[in-house]
Design a protein around this ligand. Structure first.
Ligand code: GLY
Length: 420
């Protein structure tokens, strides 16, 4: 990071000191006005590549794009939808439609679990904001594709087709990662859209098994749980993107907070609310959480008692990088969670607001035309793989914009999420 950490912390504290309910609508508006400008600049560059989707930048600051089968393809269309929602700008809407519809073929994709991210963030927002029935049809078909990865033996949706331990000794064929909680939203949607409870039922079973097998006693989580596909037995609990097998990868914790909050919304089952709250407590009460509430990339990075494998780049990374993407996901989740907890929700909402102000400060928010035209700086893709370290990431921007939209709705005394 270019700025000294102490200066970043100070920026966060100062930003939060000026929060008050009458300045907040302007704060949100300013952020969307900035997002609108960055997205338009991004569109000029991204449009040159018809079939690829913005994800990050390389070390020279050049935009890096991916094909539509990567888990991040739906976020750029999603960013356009959120910016359109907040600004009402029709250019953004037309672009959002165009970029969303490039993903239609994914409705039959079954090679990994991330259809929820890819299509709910794109087509889900498209349907929510336009009511166009053709988008609903794509979402339902995608849910059917995702459901092919569910096995009654494991009671879970298989995340990846294989997972190799960092120590190289084992390869597993039924890995489930905590991120998978996010993909359940597509399944809940499909049951509501079709009246068929199957999608919702498998989502609940998956969430219950995640609760049972993926969480530790302190409500931190393992990143990867590997099952035996014939017996359903848990074979291993490891990490792919975290510091060590027994550590808590920050974005994984954020996916859990968000995923269980959403699962409570969709089921009304208090067990999920309890887990969401306790996972959030782990995050917000963690002594390792900096005062600006933007976490280090792993809550246990470089701590004694946590040992990365020899093959993991985490071993060679002495810097404790921040992960703005984990903070953005958490902010969005906490804003929703806060609405389910009565008077106890206040502290979760306050942490979310602190995060939003930290991310909007110059410590994290880019200047116009910089940062490959992404909004936020300082995210981490996978230090373990030596990839995307201290860079912008399209999904950090997505959850930042989502959280700002949720905050705007809360300030208007509205529900921060849409109930279909
Ligand atoms: N879902 C992959 C990640 O969070 O990096």
């Amino acid at each position: 990071m270019k700025k000294p950490i102490s200066l970043m912390l100070l920026t966060g504290i100062l930003a939060v000191a000026f929060v008050s309910d009458w300045t907040e609508p302007q704060f949100i508006k300013d952020n969307f006005s900035f997002a609108d400008k960055q997205l338009r600049k991004m569109l000029i560059v991204a449009d040159r590549s018809d079939t690829l989707f913005p994800r990050t930048i390389d070390k020279f600051g050049k935009l890096q794009l991916t094909n539509k089968y990567e888990w991040t393809s739906g976020f750029f269309p999603g960013n356009l939808w959120y910016a359109y929602e907040a600004t009402g700008n029709d250019t953004l809407k037309n672009e959002a439609v165009k970029w969303t519809e490039k993903l239609e073929a994914l409705k039959d994709f079954t090679e990994h679990h991330d259809l929820g991210f890819m299509l709910y963030c794109s087509y889900g927002n498209a349907y929510r904001l336009t009511g166009n029935e053709k988008y609903k049809t794509v979402l339902v078909r995608a849910a059917r594709s995702l459901s092919t990865r569910f096995s009654p033996k494991t009671g879970s949706i298989k995340s990846w087709n294989t997972f190799k331990s960092w120590d190289g000794r084992k390869e597993y064929s039924y890995p489930v990662i905590i991120d998978n909680m996010m993909n359940l939203e597509l399944l809940f949607f499909a049951s509501k859209a079709t009246g068929d409870p199957y999608y919702k039922n498998i989502a609940i079973e998956h969430a219950l098994n995640t609760m049972k097998n993926q969480l530790r006693k302190d409500y931190s989580c393992f990143h990867v749980v590997c099952y035996d596909s014939t017996t359903g037995k848990v074979l291993a609990k490891e990490t792919a993107q975290g510091y060590a097998n027994n550590s808590t990868w920050a974005r994984g914790q954020s996916w859990g907070i968000y995923g269980f909050t959403m699962t409570y919304r969709e089921t009304g089952d208090k067990r999920f609310l309890d887990v969401a709250k306790k996972m959030a407590d782990y995050y917000i009460n963690n002594p390792e959480l900096p005062v600006d509430k933007v976490p280090y990339w792993d809550f246990n990075a470089n701590d004694s008692g946590y040992m990365p494998s020899q093959a993991s780049y985490a071993k060679e990374t002495p810097v404790k990088y921040r992960d703005a993407s984990a903070a953005a996901v958490t902010a969005s989740a906490l804003l929703e969670l806060s609405t389910y907890l009565g008077g106890n929700g206040k502290k979760y909402r306050e942490v979310a607001i602190t995060i939003l102000h930290s991310l909007s400060s110059s410590a994290y928010r880019a200047r116009i035309g910089e940062n490959g035209n992404f909004i936020l700086k300082h995210s981490v893709g996978s230090i373990a793989h030596g990839a995307e370290i201290d860079v912008p990431l399209v999904y950090a921007d997505y959850y930042f914009l989502e959280a700002l939209n949720r905050y705007r709705l809360l300030l208007d005394h509205k529900d921060p999420v849409t109930h279909f």
